[in-house]
Design a protein around this ligand. Structure first.
Ligand code: FE2
Length: 163
């Protein structure tokens, strides 16, 4: 059965389960990535997200995936932080879409859970943005100074929210 509130987010329960399984695979990916670069607090929060999504998939009658999205292998802190930042941005965009779809599906509990997760993902995104800029600023000076690199990074990463 199709549900309507905003037809642009028209979705079936089966489609929602499939989309949530994609979100779950990305949460697993984040857990592995954050664990490997010792960002324990983030890894723990991503695990909480994964568990919440598993519960919602089951509530909708689906089967949670056990497969993570592939985790990129990065050998330095700056690249790891940049990859994590890009991943968080993508995740926030996915959850924004999922919230609209949950609204269209009239799934209030799912909608509330997605809002909670997205708030934490957005905080991760802002924190990572600053960590990335700081990591760049502490790089050895090469052809450009660390400060110039950091400024360029801030501009390209849109670190425009003061902490
Ligand atoms: Fe997450």
């Amino acid at each position: 059965m199709k549900h309507y509130t905003d037809s642009s987010f028209l979705i079936t329960t089966k489609e929602m389960v499939d989309l949530l399984n994609g979100d779950l695979a990305r949460e697993y990916q984040s857990i592995i990535a954050y664990t490997s670069c010792k960002l324990e607090k983030y890894a723990e929060e991503e695990l909480t997200h994964a568990l919440k999504i598993v519960e919602q998939i089951k509530e909708l009658g689906g089967t949670p995936t056990a497969m993570p999205e592939p985790v990129p292998t990065l050998d330095n802190q700056v690249d790891s932080l940049l990859a994590a930042l890009a991943s968080e941005r993508e995740t926030v965009a996915h959850y924004h879409q999922r919230i609209n779809q949950a609204e269209a599906l009239q799934q209030t509990a799912l909608n509330e859970m997605l809002h909670e997760i997205m708030a934490e993902e957005q905080r991760h995104e802002i924190d990572l943005c600053w960590q990335y800029c700081n990591a760049l600023a502490s790089q050895p000076k090469g052809s450009k100074s660390g400060a110039i690199l950091a400024q360029n990074a801030k501009e390209s990463a849109h670190c425009d929210q003061e902490k």
